[in-house]
Write a protein that binds this ligand. Structure first.
Ligand code: ADP
Ligand code: TRP
Length: 313
């Protein structure tokens, strides 16, 4: 029997190349070797998105993106978190097992508080919903970017706490992080993230991509544009880049144009495929996916309810 792999992506915006290289590409590379599931984390997105039209549009976008990038729905179960109520139900049970100080250690929550922003209770308990996503399906491996490592640790803690309290029920999952490209830098050299406004859109038009690349911050004192190179080596073997960067030392504009062409070469074919994927295709994929997800989640929840004692059967 193949091991179970599951990953999730929030439907909170459009994909950028950090998502692609940090999460989706590693997922594509290994998903065939596993019994794989891909979940749209729409309830996680609700911690920061309060616009129903945008929510619907984002869900459509994210599924289209994954299909265009080559995820095959007959091989990978693609489903939406909110379609399987067991996720929020199990998250509640985990919330009852962990302490407030434990959740206060979560980076996502701490960052918000440090910025003086008000964190909602959903954001505070976010790691327990994510633990439920993972543990419901006896997941062995969770491919994610380095920023999500702590969340997988939380999932292991939740499994351990439940198992200790009620008997062994959940597997402890492992994160899978591709160390070499663990954190993709953005146009300012910091981690690429939609919350920092430093992204290069994955399915943007050529013009949008070009304008993001032209905006990459370069150091006017040196003649090697490190931030350009850091992104460039995702699209072209470094062995080929070094001579190019040597030859065009200090010519930032030329090197950025070369990067735009290399990005375009890889992304244009996928962008073309994406234009043919319809909303109806997305609905069909999610309807089929949820049947497979729900069957497993429901079976697991039956055991969980018996273990905690709320089931009288
Ligand atoms: P963002 O930081 O833009 O909000 P998300 O938190 O929605 O991105 O991340 C979705 C997935 O993409 C996660 O698995 C995350 O680890 C990965 N990811 C996001 N940004 C990067 C990055 N700069 N480098 C590597 N992986 C990333
Ligand atoms: N928190 C993850 C992120 O922001 C998304 C996510 C939700 C997830 N549930 C998951 C990732 C389960 C892996 C497994 O990227």
């Amino acid at each position: 029997m193949k091991k179970r792999l599951l990953t999730g992506i929030q439907s909170s915006g459009t994909l950028h190349i950090g998502n692609y290289f940090g999460a989706i590409k590693p997922f594509l590379e290994i998903s065939e070797d596993y019994d794989s599931m891909l979940m749209v984390a729409d309830y996680h997105a609700l911690t920061s998105l309060r616009d129903p039209a945008a929510m619907r549009a984002n869900i459509m976008h994210v599924v289209k993106d994954y299909l265009a990038l080559g995820v095959n729905p007959s091989q990978v179960v693609i489903f939406k978190q909110s379609d399987v109520p067991a996720h929020t139900e199990l998250a509640w049970i985990f919330n009852c097992l962990v302490t407030v100080p434990f959740l206060q250690q979560a980076h996502a929550y701490k960052d918000k508080v440090a910025k003086g922003l008000e964190a909602n209770a959903g954001l505070f308990t976010y790691p327990m919903l994510m633990a439920a996503d993972i543990l419901l399906y006896d997941t062995d491996v969770v491919p994610v970017g380095a920023d999500q490592k702590q969340h997988i640790e939380y999932a292991r803690e939740a499994a351990m706490k439940f198992n200790n309290a009620f008997g062994t029920t959940f597997k402890e999952p492992q994160e899978l992080i591709m160390e070499s490209i663990a954190t993709i830098p953005g146009t300012d050299g910091k981690k690429m993230s939609k919350s920092y406004g430093n992204t290069i859109p994955l399915f943007g038009t050529k013009d949008e991509i070009a304008s993001a690349v032209m905006g990459i911050v370069t150091d006017s004192t040196g003649d090697f544009p490190h931030h350009v190179h850091a992104i460039h080596k995702l699209f072209q073997a470094d062995g080929d880049l070094i001579p190019l960067y040597e030859e065009h030392k200090g010519k930032y504009k030329h090197l950025k144009e070369a990067l735009i062409e290399d990005i375009e070469r890889i992304i244009a074919p996928m962008r073309e495929i994406r234009t043919h994927i319809t909303d109806a295709d997305v609905k069909t994929v999610l309807e089929e996916g949820v049947l497979r997800a729900r069957a497993q989640a429901d079976a697991k929840m039956q055991v969980v309810r018996e273990r905690v004692g709320v089931s009288l059967a």
